[in-house]
Write a protein that binds this ligand. Structure first.
Ligand code: ADP
Ligand code: ZN
Ligand code: MG
Length: 485
């Protein structure tokens, strides 16, 4: 039987406001701050305290909702989601349930078959929980440490419809969302720091079937690559179960990145297990239409619009624009290059990013943000090529050295004596030498084997140590060969 995957994504993005969602505690970098240094009675769940909504967080949430073309509910309701866990000192999480902040949005992604619209079911506000660190000492009993710095930080949950069908589509959607929250300035997109987190709901069904299969929910997906692997693994696992006539069990799974397997965490809880009820300590959240309109009017250029603008403004092909738009950082890098030197044709810049840099990322595992060079460094090398100081082959090898070492083009070129030879006399001498040393080939050429011209070219370039100006060689070689005729 052949199956297709059906995937829906739940995305949690912290809203990186200065203070937390319901108290005045600062939002600190959880990977740096000392544990439990940004806590107060509200976010540590002391009795007798009252939450107050952070207006900035609502504004940030509205930015995202509007960027995703959602309908905003002018009135939304905070609800208590009750469960016990040590990272949740109140015993409940303030979230939104029945009337979320926004609903019915969409995000367009690119797939090999063209554009695809992924529907967004809801966008709601909630608070983050604390962080547990589980310690298993060699000698002693295991224990867990609780850090409440993250407890009460504003969190936005964005829930898609199950419209995604492949791991690649999931990455396109997830990275599209990540780019949007970054562009809106509400989240740094730092997956390693856990400020944006993804959970994938995965089911399979026979191709052609319209019914949904039983889904699992996969947690702790920390990288796009890991998420893709987890989904592929689940697809295989569920297909094997169904092929063997066994049911898929609805449950919550974890993803073990090192073993490359999913594992059962707990059986899936149902909404009624949480005993949701309206938060009695907070009134309904009412947002004025004028405020919504103002936020909409102030939205920055969003990634997809930016891709289309880049394509038109710099006369690129749609494919080139799409590649550059694979993330915000690449678009930034591209436009930084053009800003730093407008004399280099945008298409040249685009081709070098898509060709040379992307190849480097594939082979080295580096990325546009982790690599050792900046926009101005790429521009420098392109300028050297543009002004004929080096030829294209040399430019590529210099770039390679730069990517490996982080040293600048000028230094590498002068140290290794890579400057292009454009001296006419010198090139003429080399050509004559090649023609004199290869009388047989010259004869063959004169007898009509014209393709030997390329061979002569190669010999001259070899004598010049790869550094001669190719167009000068071509011109002079043509002249000399014509003289022989
Ligand atoms: P919860 O996980 O809290 O129970 P929902 O029922 O709203 O929440 O569903 C969460 C996610 O699961 C949504 O993104 C939705 O698209 C996705 N989903 C629902 N049913 C399926 C299914 N059969 N296969 C894959 N994904 C599904
Ligand atoms: Zn607090
Ligand atoms: Mg869920």
């Amino acid at each position: 039987m052949s199956y297709e995957a059906v995937i829906g994504l739940e995305v949690h993005a912290e809203l990186q406001t200065n203070s937390k969602m319901f108290c005045g505690c600062p939002v600190v970098d959880a990977t740096i701050a000392a544990p439990n240094t940004a806590v107060c009675p509200v976010c540590s769940g002391m009795p007798g305290v009252l939450p107050v909504v952070n207006q900035k967080a609502v504004e940030y949430a509205l930015r995202v909702a509007l960027a995703l073309n959602c309908q905003v509910n002018r009135t939304s309701i905070f609800a208590r989601k009750n469960y016990f866990y040590p990272d949740l000192p109140k015993g409940y999480q303030i979230s939104q349930y029945e009337q979320p902040l926004a609903e019915n949005g969409e995000l367009i992604i690119d797939t090999p078959q063209g554009e695809k619209t992924i529907r967004i079911r809801r966008v709601h506000m909630e608070e983050d929980t604390g962080k547990l660190t589980h310690v298993i000492p060699e000698q002693d009993e295991p224990y867990s440490l609780v850090d409440l710095n993250r407890s009460g930080v504003s969190l936005l949950e964005i829930v898609s419809e199950p419209d995604l069908s492949t791991p690649e589509e999931v990455t396109a959607y997830a990275s599209g969302l990540r780019d949007i929250v970054r562009t809106l300035g509400v989240n740094s997109g730092d997956m390693e720091k856990g400020v944006i987190r993804f959970e994938a709901n995965v089911s399979i069904r026979p191709i052609g079937s319209k019914e949904l299969g039983t889904r699992v929910e996969i947690k702790n997906l920390n990288t796009f690559r890991g998420m893709e692997r987890a989904i592929r693994y689940e697809f295989q696992r569920q297909a094997a179960l169904l092929d063997a006539g066994q049911p898929v069990i609805q449950e919550t799974l974890g993803w073990d990145e090192t073993q490359g397997v999913t594992y059962s965490q707990r059986s899936k809880e149902e909404a009624h297990d949480y005993r949701y009820f309206p938060e009695p300590d907070l009134p309904p959240l009412v947002v004025e239409q004028e405020w919504i309109d103002l936020i909409r009017a102030q939205l920055p250029e969003l990634p997809r619009a930016r891709m289309l603008r880049i394509q038109q403004q710099y006369s690129l092909s749609m494919d080139e624009a799409r590649m550059l738009a694979s993330d915000v950082d690449t678009m930034n890098f591209f436009e930084d290059c053009i800003q730093s030197d407008a004399s280099i044709p945008p298409r040249t810049v685009a081709n070098w990013i898509i060709g040379q840099l992307f190849a480097w990322f594939n082979s080295s595992g580096e990325s546009i943000t982790s690599m050792k060079i900046q926009a101005k460094d790429l521009v420098e090398i392109l300028r050297f090529q543009q002004t004929n100081r080096i030829n294209q082959t040399t430019a590529k090898s210099v770039l390679d050295t730069m990517l490996h070492t982080g040293r600048n083009a000028n230094t590498i070129i002068s140290e290794q004596g890579l400057e292009q030879v454009s001296d006419l006399n010198m090139i003429e001498k080399l050509i004559n030498q090649v023609l004199e040393e290869n009388p047989d080939q010259v004869q063959a050429y004169l007898n009509g084997k014209e393709t030997l011209e390329n061979w002569f070219f190669g010999q001259v370039m070899r004598l010049a140590g790869g550094k001669a100006n190719p167009s000068i060689i071509k011109d002079v070689l043509k002249e000399q060969l014509q003289k022989l005729n």
